[in-house]
Design a protein around this ligand. Structure first.
Ligand SMILES: Nc1ncnc2c1ncn2[C@@H]1O[C@H](COP(=O)(O)OP(=O)(O)OP(=O)(O)O)[C@@H](O)[C@H]1O
Ligand SMILES: [Mg+2]
Length: 46
């Protein structure tokens, strides 16, 4: 995930602690990609 370290860490921290998040942004800004990386990471953690 290129240049989205802060957003990725924040999203992981929120979801891990049970806080729902919304990923908002311009078209093609990488929202779906960020969500997929978060989902994969959480799945990997179990
Ligand atoms: N961090 C990133 N660095 C470089 N390219 C990226 C990054 N995130 C996404 N991309 C690329 O940008 C394009 C758009 O990404 P993505 O589909 O995740 O955006 P989106 O915000 O969900 O778009 P949409 O608004 O159409 O749903 C894709 O080709 C994806 O591979
Ligand atoms: Mg999308």
């Amino acid at each position: 995930m290129f240049d989205r370290d802060e957003e990725l860490e924040l999203a992981l921290k929120c979801v891990r602690s049970g806080v729902w998040i919304a990923i908002l942004g311009l078209r093609m800004s990488g929202k779906t990609s960020l969500a997929k990386v978060v989902a994969n990471e959480l799945r990997r953690e179990g």
